[in-house]
Ligand binder design. Sequence first.
Ligand code: GLN
Length: 273
Amino acid sequence: MQVKAALALARSRGVERLDAQLLLSHALAQSRSWLIAHDDHPLAPSLQQHFVHSVERRAAGEPLAYLIGEREFHGLRFVVSPAVLVPRPETELLVDWSLAVLRASEAAPIVDLGTGSGAIAVTLARRRPDLHVTATDIDLTALQVAQLNAKQLGASIECLHGSWWQPVAGRRFQLAVSNPPYIDENDPHLPNLRHEPRHALTPGGDGLAALRQIVCGAPAHLQPGGWLLLEHGHDQGAAVRALLDDAGFTCPQTRRDLAGLERCSGACWPGDT
Ligand code: GLN
């Protein structure tokens, strides 16, 4: 079988053209442009078999990122495994917002709660090497992925094991950022995400439990003038602004993603009064 036939086969199994090209270029360790220029290249039987297997897994809904073991986020290539959520483009908004609020300060301590692949923490450490970046996660396997990404991308981050604020008890930060699990356990989209770790997607119930815990713990862990920035579901903006307000934050704000949906909310901590 040649490249052309393999790609056609993937399409006939319902796999999108781009995904098929990425799967095959990964299997061949070649670029996509090489693949397009060499569509008569013959595939060794073992490679063909491996490719067909990946196509079947992709057709059954497995994320492409798990099949090729990587995903681009904010222009950086992250290693991903089924132990971590696949970084989403919407989360880049949280990184951009973080970079904007940190503009004036230098060498600030910051923390990413529930770091997963380390997408947020590692990107911030790469973009602002002067920051002291701490990343926490309750899942040790996820922390290993975050550490690997930090190493491969030449970023320096401190990885701590534990739930939300617990590993950073007694410490205060200039910025706390988190993309916690926030999907309602009855959301009809949840079954489509079955290949990703459930605890990274939903905290159970109405989806707000992790956001509540993070907001409640934030006043004890932020420096005066420090920021808390959170990703949430498209219909949770008002609830998160209310949580921030109740906790004593100043002027909670919400930002919309490229689809125009409320995606991140955050606020500044005025200091203990
Ligand atoms: N912080 C990671 C990300 O944004 C993991 C988030 C999670 O597992 N809920 O991709």
